[in-house]
Design a protein around this ligand. Sequence first.
Ligand code: CA
Length: 235
Amino acid sequence: MKILLVEDERLLSASIKTVLEEDGYACETAYTFREAEDRLVTRLYDLVVLDLNLPGGLGFELFEYVKAMETRPGALIISVRDGLTDKLRGLDLGADDYLVKPFHLDELLARVRSILRRRHPEEPAELSLGNLRYQLDTHAVTVAGAPLKLTQSQLRLLYYLLLNRRRVVAKESLSDYVLQENVGMVDSLDYLYTHVKNVRQKLRAAGCDVSLDTVYGLGYTLHQGGERGTCALGE
Ligand code: CA
């Protein structure tokens, strides 16, 4: 899958590119309106990640090229403009999603995957690691083929970790995702620790060969093969 990233903030662009490439996507970058225009008329992409405020023009104006492309790519807008008018205009022009800055890179990756999955339904409809399987349509989870019963919050937690399975997920972004509208209303991290503990126990009890590891100071990650429980960076 090939992604064009149009973002003029170099540091942000570099972090996004790294995350996308780590996840197996090919990512090209454009830093100005003009560069983006050049790439969009000469190359094909599966997805365009588009900042709206660009040197040389507004990202909105690039949609005519996106639409004109033979295999019309998906489009994800990333912007500091969080007004309803901008969101509606973007979605009207054909953007698949709209993410307001600042955002967690995990969240961006989740949106990218979700857009590409919707546009390429022939791709496998499950997430898997070791003997753990998560069916994306039914949200059924199995360990070595046997159903694993999880609560809604535990399902969300496992889903998010599986989506980001090659990375360490920050505690804060995991808690935002798992608790959703309840975030901020409760002691979010305490709730998260409880959910992590329960999911970890359920996986272990079911004989799962994937463990939910704590990476001290950073967050959580799924690890296949053997029990580790916790691990330090660089281990
Ligand atoms: Ca910008």
